[in-house]
Ligand binder design. Structure first.
Ligand code: HEM
Length: 179
């Protein structure tokens, strides 16, 4: 569909689909805990990795959208389209994925490791830093929505690298567990 009405209803459908996906995911996780299979830990870890992939996808895509958004004139049709894309990405994917990553990650840390281990503590510090970047990006979505972004595209290009670097550190820590 095209035009503002088609765009709006297409967006509403996309939001509903994303909401259904979140509900299905949460029901699946609840069912797992209720069924309590012998390999519950591995199932939870699989769901954790899926949530983390969704979170990272958004954390890498949002600043990329800002790079293009910063270069289009305020009030232009492109700018309004970017606002819609940014808001939906944040609400439908990035926010729910972060919550699920944290809840399942903390459960793994508690049930598998009793919250102990140098690698785990440093991983949590890096994930806290990633969550701070998340907060920064979600504030930027609000500023762009109000046409109050004051940063050039170059700034967003640099911000784009931060989640990448944090992700590399987090994955090495959890897989290699060097200390
Ligand atoms: C939100 C806070 C988080 C906590 C408390 C947490 C904690 C954990 C724990 C305890 C495990 C199980 C490790 C094992 O069984 O050996 C795990 C697995 C994993 N986590 Fe996280 N995590 C968090 C967020 C993240 C993030 C943001 C990423 C990636 C950017 C990530 C990537 C992974 C991966 C790839 C695994 C699977 C590792 C493996 O099976 O070898 N986690 N996490």
């Amino acid at each position: 569909m095209s035009g503002p009405r088609g765009e709006a209803s297409g967006g509403a459908i996309a939001m509903r689909r994303a909401a259904v996906a979140v509900v299905v995911f949460v029901v699946l996780a609840a069912a797992l805990f209720w069924l309590d299979p012998a390999d519950l830990y591995l199932w939870v870890k699989a769901l954790h990795v899926i949530a983390v992939i969704a979170w990272m996808a958004g954390m890498l895509y949002l600043p990329r959208l800002f790079v293009y958004h910063a270069d289009v004139p305020v009030g232009s049709p492109q700018s309004e389209t970017f606002k819609v894309m940014e808001r939906r990405l944040l609400r439908a994917i990035v926010n729910p994925a972060m919550i699920v990553s944290w809840v399942l990650g903390l459960w793994l840390a508690w049930s598998g490791f009793g919250l102990m281990g140098g690698w785990l503590h440093v991983k949590i510090v890096l994930v806290l830093a990633l969550s701070a970047v998340h907060g920064y990006l979600s504030r930027a979505v609000r500023l762009f929505a109000d046409d109050r972004n004051s940063h050039p595209a170059r700034h967003w290009r640099i911000v784009n690298e931060v989640p990448t670097v944090l992700m590399i550190g987090i994955v090495i820590l959890v897989v290699v567990k060097p200390f």
